[in-house]
Design a protein around this ligand. Structure first.
Ligand code: FEO
Length: 489
């Protein structure tokens, strides 16, 4: 199947709806992908890139149905990774002398993968051109590390199409080829996932390369990527997005991720998250268990965050292995200008939190003090976690919080609780109300009702409620309850 891209340019690639893994199993594809190859038929016929090696036979067969393979004058390989040059062996078996235009680094990679040093390679560098007739030329632009040292882009004059290869692409499969034809939310979500998980380490190169390409003052009518859609509607929107993402990108978002042996570290994560929202209701807080959630989704959230909190139980005096793996990956992705902190539960030794703190610092994060809880956090420990979240929210705030937080008092624990949710609940109660509210889950104890399930009779004041009373919702003790009185009024 071919799809008309523009004038004499056709898409001759391969859709892959069912693929789930890329880079081994490190990148999970949730929306499939495509391997985009393009055929340009001017006075000269040019093939730009091929497809993944597992579709070699199908690719060559489709191409043979479209043209006589011997009519291909030039093959341009923008990138040697096997998802783009993978079908070369099958294709070159049919047309062994066809010139291959690529960077010097690509020869090393292509020969390394295909073991055919005798192929007719032509090395190109930035600014080199290839005349293809009808007044049109290909202009080559090296783009090392976007995504490998061998990567380059190819620009077609006249039609003003930039064949950008991995850059500006996304692992996304749709029967439609153009950006204006697909679900915009899905598209941008996959663009960000691709950038965050694959291109983040090369952000400084992204900015430099985009500025270099813009300095050529070439019109860009379409950006034809090697994965996903072709940008034809406002194609420079993705260039502007890349410039934004490459510049220490962050949103008002905090990502918390953890692994938990006995649910204790998870309890800490929940309380910290609630504490953050107590103080700053506008910040987005996302909580993930690395054992259960999609790793690439977590990394995308880290990419979007101003700060991260990393939790682990201590196991054999070190952190849990999946957290160690995540920290290794985060180190490789070289996130910039983000804050971080560690937390976790321990039994007899809290080594995990210290090790996470060190790893985060080494990875370039601006680290804050860690938080440890011994065994399962009790009510007081949960309150400490919640206060920790409140402190984090204040330290990492991107806007003025002085107008946000009313203050409530838990006289028993002598702690201050800043909680807009509690204020909202208090607004529905009279000024002389004797109710108490659980500062963790916001369940309300009303003396007029009592708590029949715990044999606390109606009419029992809070002071007479037994010390072993547990919140019926979150099962924490009396110490996490605060008066339902808005002290700000
Ligand atoms: Fe799509 Fe770097 O390969």
């Amino acid at each position: 199947m071919t799809i008309l891209v523009k004038n004499n340019i056709h898409w001759v690639g391969q859709r892959d709806w069912e693929v789930q893994d890329f880079h081994g199993t490190e990148f999970k594809m949730t929306k499939g992908t495509s391997y985009n190859s393009y055929l340009i038929r001017e006075q000269k016929t040019v093939l730009i890139d091929t497809v993944d090696h597992k579709f070699s036979h199908q690719f060559v067969q489709n191409l043979e149905m479209e043209i006589d393979l011997n009519s291909i004058d030039y093959i341009v390989i923008n990138h040697a990774e096997e998802d783009h040059s993978g079908a070369l062996t099958a294709l070159m078996a049919k047309i062994p002398n066809t010139p291959i235009y690529c960077t010097e680094n690509a020869i090393d990679s292509i020969v390394g993968h295909h073991h055919h040093p005798e192929w007719n390679f032509h090395v190109v560098r930035t600014g080199d051109t290839l005349d293809i007739g009808n007044g049109k030329q290909l202009i080559f632009v090296e783009s090392p590390m976007l995504h490998w040292p061998d990567s380059m882009m190819t620009y077609l004059t006249g039609d003003a199409v930039l064949f950008s290869n991995d850059a500006f692409g996304q692992h996304y499969c749709d029967e439609h080829l153009f950006n204006d034809e697909v679900d915009q939310h899905e598209l941008m979500e996959q663009c960000l996932r691709y950038y965050a998980n694959i291109l983040t380490p090369f952000s400084s190169l992204v900015v430099a390369k985009i500025k270099e390409v813009l300095s050529f003052n070439l019109p860009v009518d379409m950006i034809a990527t090697s994965h996903g859609i072709v940008w034809r509607d406002n194609p420079t929107q993705i260039i502007h997005k890349y410039l934004e993402w490459a510049s220490d990108y962050q949103e008002d978002r905090i990502t918390i991720f953890y692994d938990s042996m006995s649910n204790n570290t998870r309890m800490m994560a929940d309380a910290i998250a609630q504490g953050i929202h107590d103080v700053d209701p506008s910040v987005a807080v996302k909580v993930f268990n690395v054992s259960r959630h999609d790793k690439n989704e977590i990394l995308s959230n880290i990419f979007r965050s101003k700060g991260i909190l990393v939790g682990s139980s201590t196991m054999n005096n070190v952190m849990m292995p999946k957290i160690a793996g995540m920290l290794e990956e985060i180190t490789g992705l070289r996130f910039k200008a983000k804050k971080a902190g560690a937390f976790g539960s321990f039994g007899w030794n809290g080594g995990a939190v210290d090790r996470i703190h060190t790893r985060l610092t080494d990875a370039g994060f601006d680290t804050t003090l860690g938080l440890k809880a011994k065994w399962r956090p009790d009510g007081k420990a949960m309150q400490v976690c919640r206060e920790h979240g409140q402190q984090i929210a204040k330290q990492w705030a991107l806007h003025d919080l002085t107008q946000v937080a009313p203050i409530f008092v838990n006289r028993e624990a002598e702690v201050l609780v800043d909680a807009p949710q509690i204020q909202a609940a208090a607004n529905d109660h009279p000024a002389d109300c004797q109710c108490m509210i659980c500062s963790v889950c916001n369940w309300i104890y009303d003396p007029a009702i009592g708590e029949p399930n715990q044999q606390v009779a109606a009419g029992t004041p809070w002071s007479a409620v037994p010390d072993d009373f547990l919140c019926p919702e979150c099962h924490l003790g009396k110490e996490v309850f605060v008066e339902l009185i808005n002290k700000a009024v």
